[in-house]
Design a protein around this ligand. Structure first.
Ligand SMILES: Cc1cc2nc3c(=O)[nH]c(=O)nc-3n(C[C@H](O)[C@H](O)[C@H](O)COP(=O)(O)O)c2cc1C
Length: 158
């Protein structure tokens, strides 16, 4: 029996929509990464602070309860694309936990670009795992079709 974890960060809710659909489709555990550090919302300030945080390789402290990654053979990681990479709380996750010999799938929400680079970087951050798929969505909150695509994609993972 495959045991699957969906773990994700969301800033404005798009990645959450996808994560919950994938979790429901696969009957997987779903964990939203939370941090004590908050990013400014609204205006262009969010791009400045978030972008800077990516460029400096920040690893904000996660406030989640400890995650038992050894329980899962498959980990599906979701992130918004930030400055052509994954969001800093996802860096914290891959840094805090020893993730090896897992099946890894990745999904991302973005505004129109950078998902390929984001997936490459996440792969680099997770050596010694098997990558079984990735998929990117343009602003899922505004494109409800994404939700169905996410379910289909998840059902086809193996
Ligand atoms: C700090 C920051 C950096 C971003 N950088 C990119 C980017 O490089 N490429 C892109 O297409 N969208 C970028 N976006 C837009 C988000 O990826 C997009 O709105 C995504 O759907 C948000 O997901 P969320 O609602 O789960 O936070 C950025 C957003 C923020 C806040």
């Amino acid at each position: 029996m495959m045991s699957t974890l969906v773990v994700y960060f969301t800033f404005e809710g798009s990645t959450k929509l996808i994560a919950e659909k994938i979790g429901e489709t696969l009957k997987a555990d779903v964990i939203e990464l939370k941090t004590s550090k908050t990013y400014p919302t609204g205006g262009i300030g969010k791009y400045f602070w978030g972008g800077k945080s990516v460029i400096f390789g920040d690893k904000p402290t996660l406030t989640n309860e400890s995650i038992n990654v050894s329980h899962y053979d498959t980990i599906i990681i979701g992130t918004p694309v930030w400055a052509g990479s994954f969001a800093p709380p996802v860096r914290s996750f891959v840094n805090d936990y020893k993730i090896v010999n897992k099946n890894i799938a990745m999904f991302a929400s973005h505004g129109g670009g950078g998902a390929v680079k984001c997936f490459e970087k996440l792969k680099e951050a997770l050596p010694d795992n098997k990558f079984i798929g990735d998929i990117a969505f343009v602003e899922p909150k505004k494109n409800p079709d994404s939700i169905n695509s996410a379910a289909k994609w998840a059902a086809g993972l193996s």
